[in-house]
Design a protein around this ligand. Sequence first.
Ligand code: ZN
Length: 383
Amino acid sequence: MTSSNPLSDLKPDQLIDGVREWVSCETPPHDEPRLRAMAELAAHQAQSAGLRAEVLPVGATRLPLVRIVAEAPTAEKAVLILAHYDTVHPVGTLERNRIRIEGDRMFGPGSYDMKAGAYLALHALAALYRESQPQRPVELLLVPDEETGSRLSRTTIEARARDAAVALVAEPARVGGHCVTSRKGTGFVNVVAHGRPSHAGVEHAKGRSAIREIVHQALALEAMTNYAEGVTFNVGKIEGGTNRNVIPERASLQADFRVVTPEQAERVLATVRALAPVIEGVRLEVEAALNRPPFERSPQVEALLQQAKRVARTTGFQLDEISLTGGGSDGNFTAALGVPTLDGLGAEGDGAHTLHEHILVSSLPQRLRFWHSLLRDLAWASP
Ligand SMILES: [Zn+2]
């Protein structure tokens, strides 16, 4: 195990072994025993570096969130690091995407999104803390439910963000090692149509088709996509009816939407909540919400980016950014609270959420040095 070694002694092989150990813990959403095993491994590694680590239940569940703290002697605002240790992959994916190294690629489910990034952040923090106390506290949250929207962890993330000076998110780096400086907000819409059933042959005119209604609503939602403004709608699931000879009584749809600004989110939600049935005699139930607010590239984000770029240069690489990715992260929560946030600081690789998910082995030592220098710059230098 690598956790007893200072960073300077951490050999590339030990780094790979450390990431391998994390990836070999399968952590599908809502699987409490498996999530707990991973949470305890991470907490144990943090504690063996002298960091304070607690495993806390989130919401009304027993799903474990790991809170790791490098204490400071001052009451300065903290550097908050966000990572998640759940993956999208069901148990058994390890057999379909075995952990193996082929050339520069290390395969494994959840390696890129985002066990490697979480591991690097923790071990850079551990190495620094072994040497000295920071000038401002550093807090690392390892959340168990990011892949299902962080509904349970959101309260904790936002509470900790209120005490934070900056937030760093260890989500996967983008192609070329780019970090992420803004993300769209994400929301959902669920619509249920209640029609009137009848015999499709004998009493066709008496029926009110819930399927026909839901198709109208699906088209109305999809028509709200506006690429020029960055707004997209996707009806991703549709269900309804019972038999071909019955005018369907019930149908439903589930849609996802993405927006760039809070104003767009409000406009979209107002439009969606005002959806009315097209077919007379049909009743609609509409449920819609923004589950991740937009992460906008504020001047404070820009300043943090410039600082991270300087640090990256000192560790031998150029850090570039990509803006406005459609995918959300827990960085959306911190950025929306006005906390300067930099995202996509994890390992390089590709294939998130697929069976060819992998990281680039050569990126690990460089990224570890980068995390080490960035944290030193943000928390160990005098505030
Ligand atoms: Zn992720």
